[in-house]
Structures are given as structure tokens and as C-alpha cells.
Design a protein around this ligand. Structure first.
Ligand SMILES: [Mn+2]
Length: 303
């Protein structure tokens, strides 16, 4: 019965019209089923290198999310890892979050969702609370806050590619530190989880400095040392708009992937990162797809 309700909601959202006309009952079903599914996962998700798309910030742009699925494939035929920031800023966070969580419930091994800094109480200030109140009611926003607290914080692909929304932390020394993070929990004011959600790379910086959201910024030497000591090929993160849709840092040891084009009055391109098994014994093969809202601009640039 619940699966039928969720499939019905997916059908409404996939029509692409907004608001999609979701009912409060549907939102309750989706968020409850999403919490039940997400809380089963560890705070660090371990994935193999089966081909999958890694997607950065969507920020309430249903047109972009549907463009990604139309262009690169729908679950469960294609696997996805999303890096967070599904809501706020854009007009349709409700539809984006409900579609992604529905896919998580229907295809839990195919779709993985990480937490971004906007999956939190800051939705009171950046648009999602108002959107919920306008399209449904204030209670709907509370359902989402409970859901947000169950989202995992990081993913490790094939023991060699570490993914999170914001980035590194001085409190993160080993990969195993990520496994012990308790959930469900709100994002705290400072510390490891805050940095995972909020921190940024800083060109020219050596070591650490204070950044936005109570988190740190980190220099190239921090990234290179962390990758070396933890045998990582690459760190993948989102969280910052970058003009080309992606941006390297620290001798290609870190990449920022941003998946919403023309965002916040910028004329930025967008990208998703495809990870596949490597033909060699170790590591994975990574390639970029760069697009705007109507065209794929670069297909399969191997990095
Ligand atoms: Mn962010």
C-alpha cells in the first residue's frame, strides 16, 4: 500500500509541472519511509565501483533534476550518488526532495543520498520552509527536518574515492572516524559534522582557516596529506558554484562538482561525475559530463 502511494507521488512529480500537487499524506508517507530506509545506512556509506553518477547541488531545481535523469538515465537502470543540498534557493525543493527520497525507498541499493548543509534548520531562512507552508502547510516542513537528521554524511567508493558535501575537517584523521558519527542528529554548530557539511577548499592557504557556517577552510597541503595517509585517489565534494560546472584543487586530488547551471544569477555550467570500475587492478575511472539546462556540452571527459 505504501509503495503504491509512493509510486503515485513519483508519477505526479515526473510530469514536471510544479507544484506537483503532492498531498500531505503522500509527503508523510515518503518522509517516514525515507527515514526508515536511511537510518539503516552507516554514516559512511561504502560503495563499489559499479558505474554510477555523482551529482552535486540541485537546490530546488526540478527542471535540472529531471534533465539529469532524462539525459543520463533513471533509477533503477542508472545508479546515483547525490551530494546534498536538494532544497532551498530554487522553487521546487519539495518536489526534488520527495522524488529523490521516493527513489531511495523504491531502489535503496541504486540511489544514495548524502546530507548537505541545507538539509537542516537553515531551511527556515533560505526558502524551503516558505515553500512547504505555501504548497502544503508548516507541518510538512517538520516532517522534512526529521528526515534530514537521518541522512548519511559521506560515501567511500571502492576504498579510493571519498565523497561528501563540504569537505575535510581538522577532526577527521582517518576514514574510520566517519563511521562512528551518531545519527539521527541535527547538524551541530562546530566540529567534524559541521565541517563535512560546510567546509571549503581555499586556494593559496596552507593548513586551516576559519570559513563560513562555523566551519574551516582547508589548503592544498591538507588535501594532499589526507589523500596520501588514507590511500585516496580523489575527494569529491559540491557546495560551491563553479563556472565550469566542476573545478579541481590540490593537483586533482579534490574536485568540486556543481550540478545546477545558471544558478543564483551566475552563468555557470553544471556537471555530474561518472565513476566506473578501472580496467587496472586498483582505483576507479572517472569522467565528467558537462551541461547547461538544454544541452550536454562535453560528454565523457576522462580525468
Ligand atoms: Mn552547500
Amino acid at each position: 500500500m505504501q509503495g503504491g502511494c509512493i509510486r503515485q507521488a513519483v508519477g505526479k512529480i515526473l510530469q514536471g509541472r510544479t507544484p506537483a500537487g503532492l498531498t500531505e499524506e503522500e509527503v508523510m508517507h515518503i518522509t517516514q519511509a525515507g527515514r526508515d530506509k536511511l537510518i539503516l545506512e552507516d554514516s559512511l556509506i561504502r560503495l563499489d565501483a559499479s558505474p554510477r553518477m555523482i551529482v552535486g547541488d540541485i537546490h530546488g531545481h526540478l527542471d535540472t533534476l529531471l534533465y539529469i535523469f532524462d539525459t543520463f538515465g533513471y533509477p533503477p537502470d542508472k545508479r546515483y550518488l547525490f551530494l546534498g543540498d536538494y532544497v532551498d534557493r530554487g522553487p521546487d525543493g519539495l518536489e526534488c526532495m520527495c522524488l529523490l527520497v521516493s527513489y531511495k525507498v523504491l531502489f535503496p541499493d541504486t540511489v544514495h543520498l548524502l546530507r548537505g548543509n541545507h538539509e537542516s534548520t537553515i531551511t527556515h531562512y533560505y526558502g524551503f520552509y516558505d515553500e512547504c507552508a505555501r504548497k502544503l502547510n508548516k507541518q510538512a516542513h517538520l516532517h522534512f527536518l526529521c528526515l534530514f537528521d537521518t541522512l548519511p554524511y559521506a560515501a567511500l567508493i571502492s576504498n579510493s574515492v571519498l565523497c561528501m558535501h563540504g569537505g575535510l575537517s581538522p577532526d577527521l584523521r582517518a576514514i574510520a572516524d566517519l563511521e562512528r558519527l551518531p545519527r539521527p542528529a541535527p547538524i551541530p554548530d562546530q566540529g567534524l559534522v559541521t565541517d563535512l557539511m560546510w567546509s571549503d577548499p581555499e586556494p593559496g592557504l596552507t593548513g586551516w582557516a576559519i570559513g563560513r557556517g562555523g566551519a574551516y577552510t582547508y589548503g592544498e597541503n591538507v588535501v594532499e596529506r589526507f589523500c596520501r595517509t588514507n590511500s585516496l585517489q580523489l575527494i569529491v565534494r559540491a557546495h560551491q558554484i563553479v563556472d565550469a560546472g566542476y573545478e579541481f584543487f590540490a593537483n586533482k586530488k579534490l574536485i568540486t562538482v556543481y550540478s545546477t547551471p545558471n544558478h543564483c544569477e551566475r552563468e555557470n555550467k553544471a556537471s555530474v561525475l561518472c565513476v566506473e570500475p578501472s580496467e587496472e587492478a586498483e582505483g576507479v575511472t572517472l569522467s565528467l559530463r558537462v551541461y547547461n539546462n538544454t544541452h550536454v556540452l562535453r560528454n565523457k571527459t576522462t580525468i
